[in-house]
Design a protein. Structure first.
Ligand code: NAP
Length: 240
């Protein structure tokens, strides 16, 4: 049986990825972070292979506790999808934002979006080492690309996603020769998911649609696995 860990799975892309893998017969350890979202619990009734796991990726102890929980149920993971991200907060992270730059929020964003992804991979790596597929997937963003990002404000989210790409690059440099393969995915501008599962207005893409394409890319082997590429939901490659 194939097994995966997905972070930030209460809603949005993480939940859609979780349900997509369950539909394909995977066992999924789904990171739970939001107390007021019950969509994962509701899905448990439909999918016996779904295992919600409390996981705050900003806390090393929480990641260690989650890993201990997962180890009680499996000796290996085939794939990890680092999806959790902090995207909220007031518009205060640019020179020309409404408020001064909020450095404590900037640090928190790094802890979740960059360091959280790194620590999850580090702590869960022995389980992936014991699995067959050895695939590490990172949900990045179009704003992570130094080459293509043209915003003149918003240090917080943008810097953390670029740092995530660099972390993925270092892991790739170290682990590709040992049989690991990598995916760096830009999901597009997705609709927000409300607590009842309905979609908020605005944005281009439903997370189910982006997750469908993500899973195609995450599960299929590439002809050029020796390259670390950033791809979008249309399968196009981005400079980063
Ligand atoms: N939405 C877009 O248009 C878009 C565009 C480009 C890239 N992305 C990326 O796509 C991924 C999924 O986005 P989404 O739209 O599905 O967002 P989402 O609905 O906000 O899902 C991300 C999940 O991660 C959670 N999270 C936040 N801090 C966490 C922590 N410390 N530990 C564990 N989980 C935590 C979020 O909770 P909270 O809501 O409480 O923070 C949320 O449940 C993210 O990596 C995001 O950066 C999104």
């Amino acid at each position: 049986m194939r097994t995966a860990l997905i972070t930030g799975a209460d809603r949005g892309l993480g939940l859609s990825l979780t349900l997509g893998l369950l539909e394909q017969g995977w066992q999924v350890f789904a990171g739970r972070f939001l107390p007021d979202y019950r969509l994962l619990d509701e899905a448990c009734a439909r999918y016996p292979l779904l295992r919600p796991v409390p996981l705050d990726v900003s806390s090393r102890q929480s990641i260690l506790d989650a890993c201990a929980m997962v180890r009680q149920e499996t000796e290996y993971l085939d794939m990890i999808i680092s999806n959790a991200a902090y995207m909220g907060g007031p518009n205060s992270s640019g020179f020309r934002g409404e408020l001064p730059i909020d450095y404590s929020l900037l640090e928190y964003s790094f802890r979740v979006n960059s360091l959280g992804a790194l620590q999850v991979m580090e702590i869960f790596l022995p389980l992936v080492e014991a699995g067959e597929m050895k695939r590490l997937c990172f949900v990045s963003s179009e704003v992570s690309s130094v080459t293509m990002m043209h915003r003149d404000a918003g240090f917080r989210y943008t810097m953390t996603k670029t740092a995530l790409n660099v972390a993925a690059r270092i892991m790739y440099n170290q682990l590709f020769e040992k049989g690991y393969t990598f995916r760096l995915y830009q999901p597009g501008w997705m609709k927000r998911v409300n607590p009842d599962g309905s979609r908020a207005e605005g944005a281009d893409i439903d997370p189910d649609l982006s997750a469908g394409e993500a899973l195609r890319q995450f599960l299929e082997d590439r002809e050029d696995e020796q390259r670390l590429v950033l791809t979008d939901y249309l399968g196009h490659e981005w400079a980063y």
